[in-house]
Write a protein of this length. Structure first.
Length: 314
């Protein structure tokens, strides 16, 4: 017993945990999707950058002997006054569309919140059908609506007593065509924005609204002090998405007016296509498209910076 008592007790430290190896199979399963997405997204962008740095016209497209010219294409585009006129028109076109989209979508979302179950389902069904309508089909319908002789719009205006709109050619007037395109794009954009805002609004606790109403706050006061501050990030996200959607709008403009009459509806995507196809200067068209991407990124970064500053102050 004495010997056993005097035997020193050995400290048995716990064995270090074995490093758990990460399974490779999940990464192998998603690798094809990631590679395909990277190819579809990155390759066109990289290819467009390369073409914008080359002398790439129709002869080079056929022979494949394009040579690099550095930033010469960008210098030529930036020194063209027509390019800056198109930029100003694009900014104006985008601002009008985005403001109308956000205002009308907010009103529709607030309406959905207050409607009963069946009316809400009916309105939401109409929004979904509008959203699901193909762009070409919707654009063709708008062409029929504003057709000079058989269009419904002219017929309705004449029936209301506006005789000056009998056989009125909407698409020969630059301002009228501009307005039609704004109406079309806003009509196509409202469903996504309205449904997204509605989904965000129903997450706001109803107790906040009840407290505001007890304090005597009106509808505008409730929206400006509760709804908008709580959903500021959602409003910012949808605004950014709508800016991207409007800036890159091409099909509607090209089908209806091809940038005309004159240059009244020529925005940056249409201008890039015109330069590339009509002049067969694919290098200049690529430069215009890259400048459009840069301007869009700068505008979104400025907006995100302002949004982040407001969030920090709040």
């Amino acid at each position: 017993m004495t010997l056993l008592a005097e035997r020193p007790v050995q400290d048995t430290a716990p064995a270090p945990p074995k490093r758990r190896e990460r399974p490779v199979l999940p990464y192998l399963l998603i690798a094809p999707t990631l590679l395909t997405t990277a190819y579809l997204l990155l390759y066109p962008l990289v290819r467009n950058v390369i073409i914008s740095l080359q002398e790439f016209g129709l002869p080079q497209l056929v022979r494949g002997d394009a040579k690099f010219v550095g930033l010469a294409n960008y210098v030529k585009v930036l020194s063209d006054p027509e390019f800056w006129a198109v930029v100003r028109r694009t900014l104006w076109f985008t601002a009008i569309n985005v403001v109308l989209i956000m205002v009308l979508s907010t009103l529709v979302a607030l309406l959905l919140v207050r409607l009963g179950k069946w009316l809400r389902l009916l309105v939401m069904g109409g929004l979904v059908l509008t959203w699901a309508t193909p762009i070409i089909a919707a654009t063709t319908v708008f062409q029929w609506l504003f057709q000079s002789r058989l269009g419904v719009v002219n017929w309705a205006l004449v029936a209301l007593g506006f005789e000056e709109y009998r056989d009125y050619t909407w698409f020969a007037d630059g301002e009228a065509t501009f307005g039609i395109l704004v109406t079309l794009i806003v009509w196509q954009s409202i469903p996504f924005a309205a449904l997204s805002l509605y989904a965000a609004m129903i997450t706001v606790p109803q107790e906040l609204y009840e407290s505001a109403r007890i304090d005597g706050a009106g509808a505008w006061r409730v929206f400006s002090t509760i709804t908008f501050p709580l959903l500021r990030a959602m409003f910012g996200l949808i605004t950014c998405l709508e800016v991207i959607w409007v800036v890159k709008a091409f099909v509607q403009i090209w089908v209806i007016s091809q940038g005309g009459p004159g240059q009244a509806t020529t925005t940056l995507p249409v201008y890039a296509f015109q330069v590339a196809q009509s002049l067969q200067r694919y290098d200049l068209g690529a430069a215009v498209s890259m400048l459009m991407v840069v301007l869009l990124v700068l505008a979104l970064l400025a907006y995100f910076r302002q949004l982040y500053r407001q969030e920090r102050e709040a």
